[in-house]
Structures are given as C-alpha cells and as structure tokens.
Design a protein around this ligand. Structure first.
Ligand code: F6P
Length: 328
C-alpha cells in the first residue's frame, strides 16, 4: 500500500499555454476538497531545485481561471538534466514535505518527471499543457483550443487587408513539428492552401494550386504554413519564389509568433483544465503514478507517461480530405 499522499506540488514547464492557470487552480482546489495541502513550484524544475515554493489554498488561486500564461512561471532547466540537479530538487521537495507531484507541460516535462520518478520513486502525474496538441494520449492538450481561436481571428483580420489589396499572404503559425494548428485554422479561416509537415505538397503543386485560385477568379489568397513544414523554403523564401514565378501575385508575409500562446483561455480549455486537475490529484490519492491525464472520446482517461512521451499524435486524414475539398 503506497504511503498516503499529504502534500502535492504543482508546476508548469515548457512553452506556456492558455489554461495552465485553470489547471493550477483545479489542482489546488481538489487538494483543499480532499483536505490535503498544495504547494506551487515556481519556474518548473529550476524552481524545484531552488525550493522556490508558494503554499496554494482554495482561496489564493481565485481570479486566475481566465488568465493566460502561468502564475507559476515556466522555465527550461539544464541543471535538472543532471543527477546532481535532480538530487537537489528531490531534497527541496522532501524538505517541504511534498510527497506527490503534478507536472503541467509537454513531452520534455514528462520525460523529466519519468526520470525523477525512477530515481526517487516519487509519485508523479502529468497534465498535457501546450498549444501544439502534439502529445499522444489526448485529443486536446491545454491551450490548443484557445490557440485555434486566436489564430483564426488573426487570419480573418489578415484576409480583410488581403482582399482590399488583392494580395497573397503566407501566414506562418506555431505547432513545432506538427501541423494540427495549421490544418484546423486553415479550414476554419478558409485558406486557399495549407502547408503542414505531415504532407509534402511540393513547390510545383503549390504554384498549380495558386494558379487554379487565380483562374477561378480569387483576387486574394491566404496560405497557412506550419512552422515545421518541410517544403524546403521558409515563408519569406516562399514569397520570393511565388513572386519570381507568378508575377500576377503581390505577396506579403505574416508570422504570428508568440501571440498564439497568449490570451484568456476558451471555455473549453477552462473546463478541460478543471477536469484534468481533479483527475491528476485523485489519481495520486488513489496511489497511481506515472500517468498523463488526457481527453479521449470526451472522457478523462489516464495514459502511461512512458507511452505519452514515446507516442506520436497523428494528423487527422479526414480533415486533410475536407481541406482539399474546401479549396476546390
Ligand atoms: O511548444 C509550444 C511552442 O509555442 C511551439 O509551437 C513553438 O515552436 C515553441 O513553443 C517556441 O518555443 P519558445 O517559446 O522557446 O520560443
């Protein structure tokens, strides 16, 4: 029988995402509900090593459910990659009498948690927090839904000016090395073409598609490009390439960048965060460890952390077919 957990630490790590604060709030309130203590760990593994902690109560997490970013800050820690660093982190947790850990982040965060568990037999649960939605074991990572809505709104604004000037825009979106954001916002914003790393469209087919758009009478076009796309040219080089090969187009570029990570979380992400926080804490209290909390067929489910880290999130082929049809 595992030792009853009395005090749970919660931290955020890796790229921040909208919904992380809602998850922190849920972890703290679920601890209060079960009459155990909760400790916020600042700056991920870096703050864990330094013992940079703050007691969290049901009351002092009020007013953050609607805030983007993370009140616990986030950082990437090289020191935690060393045995010495992890030993110091463990010492800090033991000194604070923390005996369970909820880590909110991406695959890098989970990898660190797995190693920590193996070295110190320390109970850990993961909550997938990243706008990329590139984690195996969940249909939605925290922040993904908010990012989709943020990006669609931005592309709608770009389309206003594109159509006013009869221009072609290449819009680069985040997603690291997957195309979930690009594919969904491309469909949602009615883009004429979507370039994602999972599909190699190729430069000839891009030109052919743009010629077809022009011939069909479209005076302006939007091409959404996932930052991890492998067409072999970045968006600025694509602009030059199209201008060299299709003088009929006036081309501009918009790289959306880090604004995709900000903003007040959508209701979907707030509810998802609240559900995941409850499951993560109650999983630890039930003696579970080394799982990631995910959403599968709209049910909160646990996936072994090892599988979440090793697994790959697949692009939805049905969505690719829809996007092909929509660009007819
Ligand atoms: O993983 C989230 C993410 O926003 C990716 O989409 C992006 O490529 C990366 O983080 C940017 O990392 P940083 O914030 O360190 O520049």
């Amino acid at each position: 029988m595992s030792k009853a957990i009395k005090k749970i630490g919660v931290m955020t790590s890796g790229g921040d995402s909208p919904g992380m604060n809602a998850a922190i709030r849920s972890v703290a309130r679920t601890c209060a509900f079960h009459e155990i203590e909760c400790v916020g760990i600042y700056r991920g593994y870096e703050g864990m090593i330094e013992g940079d902690f703050k007691d969290l109560t049901a009351r002092n997490v009020k007013g953050i459910i609607n805030k983007g970013g993370t009140v616990l800050k986030s950082a990437r820690s090289d020191e935690f990659r060393t045995v010495e660093g992890r030993k110091q982190a463990h010492h800090s947790l033991v000194e604070k009498e923390i005996d369970g850990l909820v880590v909110i982040g991406g695959d890098g965060t989970f990898t660190g948690a797995l190693i920590f568990n193996k070295e110190f037999d320390f109970p850990v649960m993961g909550i997938p927090g990243t706008i990329d939605n590139d984690i195996f074991g969940t249909s939605h990572t925290l922040g993904y839904d908010t990012a989709l809505n943020t990006v669609v709104e931005s592309i709608d604004k770009i389309r206003d000016t594109a159509s006013s000037h009869n221009r072609l825009f290449f819009v680069e979106v985040m997603g690291r090395d997957v195309g979930h954001i690009a594919l969904n916002v491309g469909i949602g914003a009615g883009a004429e073409e979507i370039l994602i790393p999972e599909e190699d469209l190729g430069l000839d087919r891009l030109l052919e598609s743009l010629r077809r758009s022009k011939k069909s009478g479209k005076s302006s076009s939007i091409v959404v490009v996932a930052e991890g796309d492998k067409i072999g040219k970045n968006v600025f080089e694509l602009k030059d390439y199209v201008e060299e090969n299709m003088s009929e187009y006036e081309v501009r570029v918009s790289v959306l960048g880090h604004m995709q990570r900000g903003g007040s979380p959508s209701c979907f992400d707030r509810v998802l965060a609240s559900r995941m926080g409850v499951k993560a804490v109650e999983g630890l209290l039930d003696g579970e460890s080394n799982y990631m909390v995910g959403l599968l067929n709209d049910k909160i489910a646990l996936t072994p952390l090892e599988k979440a880290v090793k697994g790959k999130s697949k692009i939805n082929k049905e969505l690719i077919r829809v996007s092909d049809i929509m660009t007819t």
